[in-house]
Design a protein around this ligand. Structure first.
Ligand SMILES: Nc1ncnc2c1ncn2[C@@H]1O[C@H](COP(=O)(O)OP(=O)(O)OP(=O)(O)O)[C@@H](O)[C@H]1O
Length: 272
């Protein structure tokens, strides 16, 4: 579904953000991207979202080269406060991209109602974003993305600006929506625990200039649960492994794959 091929990005000021990135995401997968601070995670996501033009290489979505924001892709950013229009109600915010997509009015009403119910905000449709808590505003941003019925959902540190309890709730909300909707998710996070908890696969980026340092499957059973999954000994092993990889990335810049055995054991059945 998504192919990132020899992706290279140098900004106009000469910063080599991405050296050469290659990876693939299957239809319906949930893949987390982690890496050292400033390694180019956001740059990667913007290239995938068609918001930034690569210097060389390409992003392909269902076989087609991405040359601008693709029609069936939605993006959720960290800064929910800046991504919602304060003068619009929650319902209007969720509906706006559907109008731009030229969805018929009756279907728009259905999609808005369904997506707000899915994120537990059916009663807040008439509120304005500034009347809601940070976690609720991020739910609106997620509802807006879900209502759009994207094939690919891109998320850039989507839960970084909320408190720990809300973050855990939003993580579980994402997992349940992902299971239900079958959408493909590429999520950037600086939080290793979050990557292991959410990801079915993790792409670890090297230090700048950035390449893929390692790709590893996360063979934790589904459905995942904040208490049982996080206390699974395999969770701790994976977490430690990814942490070590990021430490290596910090100290050595881009150095290729680590090789050697992974921290997981047993087969993974791919269950959601
Ligand atoms: N518009 C820009 N112009 C020039 N350089 C930029 C621009 N945006 C990002 N950079 C640089 O590109 C590199 C990668 O930045 P990017 O924001 O993609 O990294 P990141 O991994 O998302 O960072 P963080 O972990 O801090 O969120 C950094 O050196 C950054 O300073």
């Amino acid at each position: 579904m998504l192919d990132v091929i020899a992706l290279h990005k140098t900004y106009d000021n000469g910063t080599h953000a991405l050296r050469e990135l290659d990876f693939h995401v299957d239809d319906g997968e949930l893949v987390c991207v982690v890496g050292p601070s400033g390694c180019g995670k956001t740059t990667l996501l913007k290239c995938v979202a068609g918001l930034l033009t690569p210097t060389s290489g390409e992003v392909r979505l269902a076989g087609s080269r991405v040359a601008g924001p693709p029609r069936d892709t939605a993006v959720v950013f960290q800064e929910y406060g800046r991504s919602l229009f304060p003068w619009m109600t929650v319902r209007q915010n969720v509906e706006l991209p559907l109008k731009e997509k030229r969805v018929a009015a009756a279907r728009r009403r259905e999609l808005v109602a369904e997506s707000l119910a899915a994120v537990g905000l059916a009663d807040a449709a008439r509120a304005h974003p500034w009347e809601l808590s940070g976690g609720m505003q991020q739910r609106v941003a997620i509802a807006r993305a879900v209502a759009y019925e994207p094939r690919l959902l891109l998320m850039d540190e989507p839960f970084a600006a909320v408190d720990a309890q809300t973050r855990a709730e939003l993580e579980d909300l994402l997992l349940s929506l992902w299971r239900r909707l079958g959408v493909t998710v590429l999520l950037v996070t600086h939080d290793i625990d979050e990557a292991v908890y959410l990801g079915r696969r993790i792409v670890v980026l090297s230090g700048a200039p950035t390449a893929v340092q390692e790709e590893l499957p996360v063979p934790l059973p589904a459905p995942r649960d904040q208490v049982t999954t996080r206390s699974d000994p395999r969770f701790a092993r994976l977490r430690a492994h990814v942490y070590e990889q990021i430490q290596r990335a910090h100290s050595s810049g881009s150095s290729g794959s680590s090789g050697g055995p992974g921290p997981w054991d047993g087969p993974w059945d791919g269950a959601r």
